[in-house]
Design a protein around this ligand. Structure first.
Ligand code: C5P
Length: 243
């Protein structure tokens, strides 16, 4: 059975290798995976990914959110596959062909997640970008549509809000991964930072989330290790999932 800490993906949202290494050393053994995003990867590159692999008994989520012509995405994904990370991302965007190219480039060596609609994007943003009113008025329907594109292309899952995880599992199957940011433990409720629609770790797992991206509630806690431990405990007590 998956342990509580294995659900936790801790984002290394810092801009240099030393700060990232300190966080990895501190939290290793208390979270299931470390997420390396664009900010850190642009500054530290594959060397830091390799360092984490060598040092930490934890997975790596290389969150580069690719979005380009299919040939470029396929070749970029081949490079990511060589890094032997566990999860990576491509925007669902507008092209099924691009998503299929991403999956082809991954060669089955890394799980590809489709980014549906960024949680920072509102209906008003979609309207301003030229989407029809009916689409802009129902962002959730667009998320489901893009999740279906990702599944059809052979992606392993999607990044989505916890509020959409259950419906995506129902529509696209239990094995289709849902990775959810916007998580706030009960004891940090009221501190949402810039996240709009938050939920607790146990709620997200009960709704079917496979991995929870949890950054500031751990990083900014007085004792980050204790915060991660409490979150893992809350997951185990609150919602051990469907087998
Ligand atoms: O828990 P916290 O809000 O600090 O998490 C921030 C992290 O969540 C960042 O690394 C950000 O990239 C990630 N995130 C994401 N997808 C979203 C929103 C946030 O991966 N839709």
């Amino acid at each position: 059975m998956k342990r509580g800490k294995e659900y936790i993906v801790f984002p290394l949202d810092v801009d240099n290798a030393d700060a990232a290494k300190r966080l990895v050393e501190r939290l290793c053994g208390h979270v299931g995976m470390f997420k390396v995003g664009l900010e850190l990867f642009i500054r530290t590159g594959p060397a830091l990914v390799q360092w984490i692999k060598d040092q930490a008994a934890a997975g790596i989520f290389l969150d580069l959110k690719l979005h380009d012509i299919p040939a470029t995405v396929e070749r970029a994904m081949r490079g990511i596959a060589e890094l032997a990370v566990d999860l990576t991302t491509v925007h669902c965007g507008e092209s099924q062909t691009m998503l299929s190219a991403a999956v082809k480039g991954s060669q089955g060596k890394v799980k590809v997640l489709g980014v549906t609609v960024l949680t920072s994007v509102s209906g008003a943003d979609l309207k301003a970008a030229g989407y029809p009113d009916a689409v802009a008025a129902d962002v959730t329907a667009l998320v489901f549509h893009k999740a279906t594109m990702a599944k059809t292309a052979g992606c392993a899952g999607v990044v989505c809000s916890g509020h959409e995880a259950a419906a995506i599992k129902t529509k696209l199957g239990k094995a289709f991964l849902t990775v959810t940011p916007g998580i706030r433990p009960a004891w940090s409720e009221g501190k949402k930072d810039d996240q709009q629609r938050v939920m607790t770790p146990a709620q997200a797992v009960a709704l079917g989330a496979d991995y929870l991206v949890i950054g500031r509630p751990i990083r900014d806690a007085a004792d980050p290790v204790e915060a991660a431990r409490r979150i893992a405990e809350e997951i185990e007590q609150g919602a051990m999932p469907r087998a």
